[in-house]
Design a protein around this ligand. Sequence first.
Ligand code: NAD
Length: 479
Amino acid sequence: MVAFKNYVAGEWVDSSQAIVNRNPADLADVVGEYARGDKALVGRSVAAAQAAVGKWSQATPQERADALDRIGTELLARRDELGKLLTREEGKIVADGVGEVARAGAIFKFFAGEAVRLGGEKVPSVRFGVEVEIAREPVGVVGIITPWNFPIAIPAWKIAPALAYGNCVVFKPAELVPGSAWALTEIIAHSGLPAGAFNLVMGSGAEIGDTICGAAGIDAISFTGSTAVGAIVRRAVTERGARVQLEMGGKNPLVVLDDADLPNAVGCAINGAYFQTGQRCTASSRLIVTAGVHDRFVAALVERLQKLAVGPGLDPASEMGPVVSEAQLAQDQRYLAIGRDEGARLAFGGERLNRPAQGYYMAPALFTDTHNAMRINREEIFGPVASVQKVNDFDTALETANDTEYGLSSGICTRSLKYASAFKRHSRAGMVTVNLPTAGVDYHVPFGGRKNSSYGPREQGAYAREFYTAVKTSYILPI
Ligand code: NAD
């Protein structure tokens, strides 16, 4: 018997195999054992979702809004408890864990509103006497595959619009963070949805994720994760003609110009590059700094890094928690070696840290004397590692910022309206910030990138309806 089971067709389903969920801040702390699904269970969940589509897609907008509102209300009421759970399994500091649960609650409430706001259009026909209507309908069954770094917000920003617009869901969370996914499922399970409208199947990407992508009964897949896995998902899903949306990696630039407010720029860099242990797709891993401020910026950044408190996320004094897993820590350390081999100067940190409990702690790392052709500036590291590049002027800064295969977010720190406007206009990223960190976004506006960071329509806000609804045009001759 596994304590935390999968949820299929409105029932909790046991498994003989478990995912052991450990706290990266204290490896002796087992968060729980979670049921590992298999291919057959994916098949059952797809069938259950297909069977529920009729009922849920016919539910009134008010019924859908009420269910989503109940989910949002419970998430908000339990934000402290669930925020702690999230911190225990992912490692981020508890304020961020609690904030993330609150954000998930706000997202469900936003999409509760969207369920009743979804309208259509009536347009004049070019033919005499004919009426034309454009309506949005549910797509059907949506497969949702999510990463470990936002264990409740990312599932929320996919599940909420899927359900709001009348779709049924098969959800596979990342293996490292089944706890938040299970807690969210438990809340959804008593929100009043018909059995089968929402299903949870936990397990590996290679088995469960791959089976979901190939399942003929799944009409659309929304995926967030690495660019490498995103490419596999895209091939598998487009090959069988289903709809796919991908949010993937980033190598986001933060440009700091000579005229920047220095303390604010340092704050943006610390937040963007190191908060949440640098494990954000929108993290500012490339700090592109003009020559006049470069030395002062690096000195101030190092001074702040020396004081950055690294410790368990549950300790309120910690500003940065551990790395999420042994594999991710090994990757971070590997890139430190790559950076040194490439000739970058390690200006601060990078070493593994000991804390009273055994966990995956490392000091935030800063490289200087780097250039944009180095692997540390081209490849996503996904840890608390950032590098500074010195450039001569705004034009070179912009060119360097855009010289990347990714295009998720980008930022500039400047007091010049001219440069801020030019950056906003010419940055080839899906999201641009001015005098703000590249990470940390609102929940009611579109989220997504360009180039290898994203594929398909935007997520979040009212723009989410592009992916989660199918457009139908009707012609009527009233006789
Ligand atoms: P990952 O790509 O390893 O895994 C993501 C999900 O895909 C997991 O649930 C995993 O089990 C599943 N998966 C793995 N192989 C699969 C396969 N063959 N078929 C189907 N599913 C499969 O990513 P991760 O390590 O969990 O997360 C980190 C990555 O996510 C980073 O690259 C980060 O930039 C990215 N990310 C992007 C965004 C965004 O919105 N752009 C947000 C958060 C994280």
